[in-house]
Design a protein around this ligand. Sequence first.
Ligand SMILES: [Zn+2]
Length: 81
Amino acid sequence: MATLDCKEVLDNLSDYIDGEGSEELRKAIEQHISRCGRCRVVFDTTGKMLKIVMDVAPFEVPLGVSARLYARLEKVLAEEE
Ligand SMILES: [Zn+2]
């Protein structure tokens, strides 16, 4: 099975949370998150943020949300390195 690095996991995280992506990709992401505490935190945070967005606006998610989210995640990762 292909292994993903942190950037690949983050690039595909929104698809994973949305229930999209191939079976192999989803398994690879799960495997990475189970081993990588940093991505697990990002995954938990992202999932909560998306859920909040969905709760507030169940019919329409603003287009800018995911772009801002990723900008923030990249900033968090950059600061930890
Ligand atoms: Zn990672």
